[in-house]
Design a protein around this ligand. Structure first.
Ligand code: N01
Length: 552
């Protein structure tokens, strides 16, 4: 049964890729230049870069160190690119991705300013019919989503925004010309990664900054600075080993992971180790201090308590410090943050912290924001309120698989995937960093490269054998979804309301979406699947689609 009529097409491709960030650029290169396929990329922006094209807010930078926040697939590219910051800033990452696009001549296959609106699997041909907002219609054997995990910006529905007489912005859709905060009264809503990065920078420019905080955060100093040249030269001389270590690590970083338990040392030694990690900065605080901070609640309590003490030391006003101390979730259960001068910013005379957990925002007025406690007059509101993560960008598109099955229906109770790479009922559809893969819990370029290479190999495998369809098997998928949940339940992640669980979006099913078992274990499983002849995938015709019970 085919539910939806197939639209007339204007082109037939081997593969259609959605998105031109890290994932889409490498996917295009791999399929076009290594497999010789006819590939097209659709990209909503007018340039490459994905996340780094849209997120141009003040202070935007990555918290993976620059020397591993890049592609590893080309040795010359690794040697020729010069990072300047220890942590790469948004303009530098965007510059890098533009360089990649030029170097591999990728732009000629990318259609910019074009958003995919719908994709339907055509049973008869075994191809995808794809429609865009520019009125283009194409047919492709393979459809590959490279849409990122954090692309669907979320502006909360607070009454009155339309009456606000000032200007407002979302960090994930920042104007390309920038925003001048000089002399302005600015309000920032949200204290996740984007808020914690932008707040210190905005505070330095604005006349006054009011931060509206719902949940206080654990954040670790980045110790950002310019990258040391001798260090970079050394890195370049041993890149193969660095990538090997990263690809077989838990989180995609070349860091030594501590073998010690936080519970097997005395208080003095533990404090000294945390202090050393705090001074060195970055994610090493989590991985390099003790092995069980992310796994054992008692070990975690020692690290959480260390950071609470630091907040009270740094923030001079005790009342403000108490508001900033996180007490309702353990360290690492929400996305761990890396900052530059975040807590110090609250010592500035032009910064006010408003606790909207206890006095929530009631409305936006013509003049500013009114909470249950007071009204704050503002010229600019910055929403650092995050994204409909991991599934939002999929479900904005009308994707329909076999028998007209809508992805929105298949994922009504939360995303269901096999390895985060494919989903049952949707043949020849692959996802890069889809839900159920390590993605956001890892250094993204490492996970992206692994997915792109795995997908390109799968495409080559079926083409060589003349097989027209490859689809995740529903039973293998159910087992993977169960495994993803079991692993998450061994960690701190279920102990907080976070976007990992969809908790930031009203009405979104509460399901832990990324795979927390580690990049290393995940890669092994993906390789095993291939070694066993694409175990868990159906090659060729598939069984009838399983649908959710009516009414669910
Ligand atoms: O978004 P978030 P983000 N009323 O969802 C608050 C990646 N990233 O854009 O915690 C009031 O983390 C919300 O409060 P609460 C990174 O993976 C990476 O900052 O839900 N407040 C929270 O404080 C990151 O995790 C980098 O109680 C509301 C904030 O807004 C992910 O992107 C840089 C609200 C949202 O925090 C998302 O980060 C930037 C409401 N209705 C982003 N709704 C780097 O690499 C939400 N909030 C450094």
């Amino acid at each position: 049964m085919t539910a939806t009529p197939t639209p007339a097409t204007t082109a037939e491709l081997d593969a259609l890729v959605i998105g031109a960030g890290f994932s889409g650029l490498y996917m295009l290169h791999r399929l076009r230049d290594l497999l010789g396929l006819d590939v097209r990329v659709y990209e909503a922006g007018d340039g490459v870069g994905g996340t780094w094209y849209w997120n141009r807010y003040p202070g935007a930078r990555c918290d993976s160190e620059s020397y591993v926040y890049c592609f590893s697939f080309d040795r010359e590219l690794l040697q020729e690119w010069q990072w300047s910051g220890k942590y790469p800033e948004q303009p530098e990452i965007l510059g890098y991705l533009n360089h990649v696009a030029d170097r591999f001549d990728l732009r000629r296959n990318i259609h910019f300013r074009t958003r995919v609106t719908a994709a339907r699997f055509d049973e008869a041909s075994g191809c995808w019919d794809v429609e865009t907002d520019a009125g283009e219609r194409v047919r492709a054997r393979f459809l590959i989503t490279a849409i990122g995990c954090l692309s669907a910006a979320q502006v909360p529905s607070i009454p009155g925004l339309d009456r606000f007489e000032g200007s407002w912005y979302h960090t994930g859709q920042w104007p390309h010309e920038g925003v001048d905060f000089t002399g302005k009264r600015v309000g920032v809503i949200g204290t996740g990664s984007s808020g914690v990065q932008s707040i210190p920078v905005i505070a330095r420019q604005a006349q006054h900054l009011t931060v509206f905080q719902r949940t206080p955060q654990f954040t670790i100093p980045a110790r950002h600075g310019t990258v040391d040249r001798a260090f970079l030269d050394d890195v370049k001389s041993r890149y193969d080993a660095i990538w090997d270590q990263s690809k077989h690590s838990r989180a995609g970083f070349p860091y030594e992971v501590s073998e010690r338990s936080a519970l097997e040392v005395d208080d003095e030694e533990r404090e000294a180790i945390y202090e050393d990690s705090w001074q060195r900065g970055g994610f090493r605080f989590l991985y390099g201090s003790f092995k069980d901070v992310g796994l054992d609640r008692r070990a975690n309590d020692t690290a959480s308590e260390f950071i609470r003490r630091k907040i009270r030391e740094i923030v001079k006003d005790p009342e403000t410090a108490e508001k900033l101390v996180p007490t309702d979730h353990p360290l690492g259960s929400k996305r761990t943050l890396i900052d530059t001068d975040y807590f110090e910013t609250y010592n500035r005379a032009n910064v006010t912290l408003v606790d909207i957990r206890h006095a929530p925002i009631v409305e936006i007025t013509a003049k500013g924001i009114r909470t249950e406690g007071a009204e704050y007059e503002l010229d600019v509101i910055v929403f650092a309120t995050g994204f409909d993560a991991m599934t939002g960008s999929f479900l904005k598109m009308d994707i329909r698989g076999r028998e007209g099955l809508a992805l929105r229906e298949a994922w009504a109770e939360g995303p269901k995937t096999y390895l985060g790479l494919a989903t049952a009922g949707f043949p020849n559809l692959f996802m890069i960093t889809g839900p159920g893969s390590p993605s956001v819990l890892s250094n993204m370029p490492v996970s992206i490269e692994q997915h792109v290479e795995w997908i390109a190999d799968a495409v080559a495998y079926v083409r060589e054998r003349g097989v027209e369809r490859i689809e995740a098997d529903a039973v293998a998928q159910a087992a993977w979804v169960q495994h993803v949940n079991e692993i998450a339940n061994l960690t701190m992640f279920p102990l907080a309301n976070s976007w990992y669980l969809g908790a930031n979006i009203p009405g979104k099913p509460r399901v832990f979406m990324p795979y927390a078992g580690g990049v290393d274990a995940y890669r092994e499983r993906c390789d095993e699947v291939v070694a066993n002849g694409y175990e868990g995938f159906v090659l060729g015709a598939s069984a009838p689609v399983e649908r959710a019970a009516a009414g669910s």
